[in-house]
Design a protein around this ligand. Structure first.
Ligand code: NCD
Length: 307
């Protein structure tokens, strides 16, 4: 039995397979309409979510399966003091696969140790978010036609942004990627990402504070929200929240084929005026996430369709 806790739980070859399945789903959706008949996914969300939870649910429904779950800790027995592991042992009696989001780093890993069904990490605190990374990789692949040879700028809250951590880790396994990290001093990527991923693999990167200075170099710009819920101090959040606001004028010296990604939700960091720019890919990214989650569910449940 397989879980997805970190993006490296999938090999590069397996990610390629998921991309191929997602592409086939896009082209031949009907073929997949009943493949999960009789299967249930449980979405256990101890933290707010729109896209991740609903895309798992939409993914399972489009595969012919069904869905159970909760969307806040308050509406589950966590509010009475139940442990995550007891909750998971219970839900595994009802569901074939579980997607879990939790504010505590490592909660899905702890769940996977006791679970008799596959656990998918749908975001654990400020740590990892591997299925957003699947959406991001598929988006890059569809936009650029490759997962190597590009310069990517990560901009915003690189300290608490779990999607950033998982995507850097994923990209460390592809060739010739230049990383540019754009953030205020206080929100730089954590040392453990530098040590375990960037330094260990001798990957080229720079850290800067001004987006304008590096814009012309970028093939991909990955914008992020300042993660309000992870700050200890409201004043720090207020001071940092509007560090970067992407407006049409800031794209003036960007490449014509730049792709702007954002895991969403956005707050102020991308002006709505950018949405109509053909370089804005964040809503395509949402849709790509659903297809990759469909492919992932099939893989973890060991289900195949006749080709
Ligand atoms: C992200 C998350 O939850 O980490 N959202 C998502 O799943 N698409 C990003 C964020 O909340 O800023």
């Amino acid at each position: 039995m397989r879980h997805l806790i970190n993006i490296t739980d999938l090999s590069v070859a397996e990610i390629e397979e998921l991309i191929a399945t997602a592409q086939d789903i896009i082209q031949n959706g009907k073929k997949y309409a009943e493949v999960c008949k009789g299967k249930k996914i449980a979405t256990l969300f101890f933290e707010p979510s729109t896209r991740t939870r609903l895309s798992f649910e939409a993914a399972m429904l489009e595969l012919g399966g069904s869905v159970i779950g909760f969307s806040s800790a308050e509406s589950s027995s966590a509010a009475k003091g139940e442990t995550v592991t007891d909750t998971v042992r219970t839900v595994a009696c009802y569901a074939d696969i579980i997607a879990m989001r939790h504010p505590k780093e490592g909660a899905p890993l702890a769940a996977s140790k006791v679970s008799p069904v596959p656990i998918i990490n749908a975001g654990d605190g400020g740590h990892n978010h591997p299925t957003q990374t699947l959406a991001d990789l598929f988006t890059i692949y569809r936009e650029k036609g490759r997962l190597e040879n590009f310069t990517i700028g990560f901009c915003g809250d690189l300290k608490f942004g779990r999607t950033v951590h998982s995507l850097i880790t994923a990209l460390s396994r592809y060739r010739n990627i230049n990383f540019i990290f754009i953030s205020p001093e206080e929100l730089r990527i954590p040392d453990y990402i530098k040590e375990d991923t960037l330094w260990k693999n001798k990957l080229p990167y720079i850290e800067v504070e001004r987006l304008e200075d590096v814009m012309p170099q970028l093939d991909i710009l990955y914008m992020t929200r300042v993660q309000k819920e992870r700050f200890f101090n409201e004043a720090d959040y207020v001071r940092l929240k509007d560090s970067y606001i992407l407006e049409p004028s800031k794209l003036a010296n960007a490449k014509k084929d730049l792709s702007v990604l954002h895991p969403l939700p956005r707050v102020n960091e991308i002006s709505h005026l950018v949405d109509s720019d053909p370089r804005a890919c964040y809503f395509k990214q949402v849709l790509n996430g659903k297809y990759m989650r469909m492919a992932l569910i099939l893989k973890l449940l060991n289900l195949e369709v006749d080709s």
